[in-house]
Design a protein around this ligand. Sequence first.
Ligand code: MN
Ligand code: MN
Length: 330
Amino acid sequence: MTMIKMPKRYPELANPQMRPRFTGVPTFFRLPLSEDLAGLDIGIIGVPYDGGVTNRPGARHGPREVRNQSSLMRVFNEGTGVAPFLGRRVADLGDCWIEQPYALEGAHAEIAEFFHAVKAAEVTTLAVGGDHSISLPILRAVAAKGPLGMVHIDAHCDTGDDYLGSRFHHGAPFRRAVEENLLDPRRVIQIGIRGTVNDPRMWAFSRESGMRVLPMDEFHDEGWRFALAEAKRVIGEAPAYLSFDIDSLDPVYAPGTGTPETGGISTIEAMRLLRGLTGCRFVGADLVEVSPPFDQGGITAFHGAAILFELLCLLAAAEGDVQRPGAGAA
Ligand code: MN
Ligand code: MN
């Protein structure tokens, strides 16, 4: 390969991730953009689809803004010592864009097909939505070999039923996933649940199917350490998925989302909770519901990018030890 500009004084700057962070084209974490699956361990995939929202749209613009804000991230996790780019081959696989976006169930089938292709190459997927309806077709690919456990962090359980004539929307993916035997509800925990409802039984499916619902009031009373212990207890040792809805965060941190609910998780609580899950057997993850048109100064996409880095570290660590040199030393 012939490079136009070769670094003269700092050879490490041949790596785009080591260059000044305001330079370059904004891929996820300034990774190489590639549609080639060969030799990869983890692929980060944008899913710019928001045809499943029940209220404010805009999450189709989420992947691009999270890419942009993710250029602020560096390469090591100081909280856990995980070095995802040293230990694993990671790429930005571009977008799972939809050929026929006006038909929701067809769009979901296109998403499932895309993720099936990535899984067939034995590449672990980290998705950036998009609205939360995308988690169902992703699970159809990731859980193809049997039901998974799940850590689900969200203001909403997303286990509703038919809404305005559709069984598929961003308030129902995990009910459908249980019905399709993609999730084992007894190994699912939902953290951060809150807000108003029109129907007191809106999320009844979660509890009746055996999911552990950890509402925001309980999180606030017992703290992130308790939520972490509960999450580990519920998912156990078997493979699990991690789904992070940005509306789990308090709207002061994440105003740019479709269905904000006041009184949510703070960013430091979310970071501590996620870092505490290092070593769990996560086989895939997603970050959803960042809606840039409702954002203020990029704050939601920025926090989304920081959360995405934690999710990447969890996936990297789930495949074996990936500590940076010297991590853990006194
Ligand atoms: Mn959700
Ligand atoms: Mn939500």
